[in-house]
Design a protein around this ligand. Structure first.
Ligand SMILES: [Zn+2]
Length: 435
């Protein structure tokens, strides 16, 4: 307000002022009309991932960024823009509950995960994130949870830029810095190098330190929380994980915990976070305990070829890491643990986009015997519930955001149809429509 004191309008005549006012009103009414534009999608096949069903010949009416009506007999307003998807399969936008848009170590180098912390600025990280955000959106991924490794909160600013409409991208949840016991996800860095991992992680080694770390992340804009429970021989206690869960939930954000297996996983499950990330070595007993406690598995089920590229596919009891991952996914599916699709894609490869890398995970889910309908559910409804956005997104229903995609083939018959997404609408705006 202080800046307005002493402000005087320039001495335009009254007539000129009135003309400006009339132009302003005209501009406003044009802008409002444009905003109120209705889109009617003629959908040949509407897929409902929650139930694995298809409804034929539907009309989806989109108004003000939201789905207004869906049904076979919806009246199309005369001024509506009609989109013809009568030969397509139409479904809600897809979600990745575990990704790293701003991280991008070159694969196959020693200490590949650590070097970008030292070699890339937060600004460069944000710009990488902007690139990947567009690629993923155009491929049909309309929501992502960016689960850390974003330097000084690069993903938070990326989220804000997308929300302001400056750049195209999915709706984002961001966890800020990863909370972990001393050392983050590094091991054995010589003391003279200093704790440089703190650009990516918060060292927190007691329930009180963990509570403080959660608060710090939320202060800097995180709208979800991520812990790494077991990177080193020392690992978090149930009490420590519980501190994060309580603190996060009190602030209205979900808590995801990276853990592989063993006693550390048991501590995590008993602390009842929203999700376990990875869990590659969870036993059947632990999976049953997760089901009982309602902890979601975000399995980040790496394809064998990706593990090789990362130089990480050790043999254990005669099985490669890739084989063990398929086995764990099969067991989790058979036991009935609730699962949300999450990739942990963080590599930058010249020959493959992040979207290409994402679709590679579909092979792993199929190899584990998960039917396409269940995979779609993990990529929509389940992921939305985990991220607590199910009242806004994740289904094609009136009142929800118009995040709508389409494929030329039936993904319930062949899940690889998702590689061919040819229509993407985000919050009611058409991002892509190729024929
Ligand atoms: Zn990850």
């Amino acid at each position: 307000m202080r800046g307005l004191r002493g402000f005087r309008p320039r001495t335009d005549s009254l007539e000129e002022e009135m003309m400006k006012l009339r132009l302003l009103i005209l501009f406003c009414s044009l802008a409002c009309t444009a905003q109120a534009q209705t889109v009617a999608i003629r959908a040949g096949n509407v897929v409902d991932p929650a139930h694995g069903t298809v409804a034929k010949n539907q009309i989806i009416l989109v108004r003000d960024g939201k789905i207004a009506e869906v049904g076979p007999n919806v009246a199309v307003p005369r001024d509506a823009t009609v989109v013809d998807l009568s030969n397509a399969w139409v479904l809600p936008g897809l979600m990745d509950a575990h990704t790293h848009l701003t991280a991008g170590p070159a694969p196959g180098t020693p200490a590949a995960i650590i070097t970008p912390y030292l070699m890339e600025s937060t600004a460069l990280r944000a710009l990488r994130g902007a690139h990947h955000a567009r690629v993923l959106l155009e491929a049909g991924i309309t929501v992502v949870k960016d689960i850390g490794n974003d330097a000084e909160y690069a993903a938070v600013d990326l989220r804000r830029a997308i929300a302001r409409g400056w750049i195209p991208g999915p709706t984002m949840l961001t966890t800020g810095k990863i909370i972990a016991a001393f050392g983050g996800q590094s091991r054995g860095v010589p003391p003279e190098q200093g704790p440089f991992w703190r650009h990516e992680y918060i060292d927190a080694d007691s329930p009180d330190e963990i509570r403080k770390a959660v608060r710090r992340n939320i202060y800097y804009g995180a709208n979800a929380i991520k812990l790494v429970a077991d990177n080193n021989p020392y690992f978090y206690s149930q009490e420590e994980v519980r501190a994060a869960v309580e603190e996060g939930h009190a602030a209205g954000v979900t808590v995801a915990v990276h853990v592989v297996g063993g006693q550390a996983a048991r501590n995590v499950i008993l602390a009842e976070p929203d999700s376990i990330e990875h869990g590659f070595e969870l036993s059947d007993e632990q999976l049953r305990l997760m089901k009982e406690k309602g902890v979601v598995l975000v399995g980040t089920d790496f394809p064998e070829e990706h593990l090789k590229l990362m130089g990480f596919n050790p043999l254990q009891e005669g099985k490669t890491m890739g084989q063990r991952i398929v086995d764990r996914l099969r067991r989790a599916h058979q036991i009935g643990v609730k699962m949300a699709f999450g990739t942990d894609v963080y590599m930058d490869l010249p020959e493959k986009s992040r979207a290409d890398l994402t679709w590679d995970y579909l092979d792993v889910w199929r190899a584990a015997g998960v039917p396409p309908a269940e995979i779609l559910k993990a990529m929509t409804t389940n992921a939305a519930e985990l991220m607590r956005i199910e009242k806004q997104r994740g289904a094609l229903a009136p009142g929800l955001a118009a995040d709508i995609i389409a494929t030329p083939e039936n993904p319930l018959e062949n899940i690889q149809a998702l590689r061919k997404v040819h229509f993407v609408m985000k919050d009611g705006k058409i991002v892509k429509h190729t024929r």
